[in-house]
Design a protein around this ligand. Structure first.
Ligand code: HEM
Length: 126
């Protein structure tokens, strides 16, 4: 018997598509975050974050096939991420997580990870 991944339990690809799409709708309007994104079109960034989260939670490993090892801390070094950027990122992610309407246990597990990951990517002192 195989264990069901968190990815499958929360609804698979469709759930991560909704999550990350909603998140980037917020980023697109955000005066702190929008200038950080190098490309004028956020579609590529949306695909990369979605692919990463899908893989992290046990879905297809397309992200690493295309991008290699995530090395998230290293990949964020070109961007100044202090507390304002982290908090703005988490605010849009909170809105996106809420929009999914997941059962509480799943929501907490997803959210706790995102908070932990966002804190670990701060690379600029206050
Ligand atoms: C890429 C900002 C947190 C996952 C990026 C990019 C920016 C950025 C500007 C480049 C966009 C692009 O791919 O073209 C931030 C800020 C954060 C944050 C300000 C606040 C703390 C996170 C967290 C995760 C994450 C918590 C994972 C849970 C990714 C991934 C990429 C990325 C997977 C694409 C990496 C690649 O393959 O090149 N981020 N990020 N980020 N971010 Fe973040």
């Amino acid at each position: 018997m195989t264990e069901t991944s968190f990815y499958d339990a929360v609804g698979g690809e469709e759930t991560f598509r909704r999550l990350v799409h909603r998140f980037y709708e917020g980023v697109a309007e955000d005066p702190v975050l929008r200038p950080l994104y190098p490309e004028s079109d956020l579609t590529g960034a949306e695909e990369r974050l979605r692919g990463f989260l899908v893989q992290y939670w046990g879905g297809p490993k397309t992200y690493s096939e295309q991008r290699g090892h995530p090395r998230l801390r290293m990949r964020h070094m070109p961007f100044v991420i202090g507390e304002p950027e982290r908090d703005a990122w988490l605010r849009h992610m909170r809105d996106a997580v809420d929009s999914l309407g997941l059962p509480e246990e799943q929501e907490t597990r997803l959210w706790d990870y995102l908070v932990y990951a966002a804190h670990s990517l701060v690379n600029s002192p206050a």
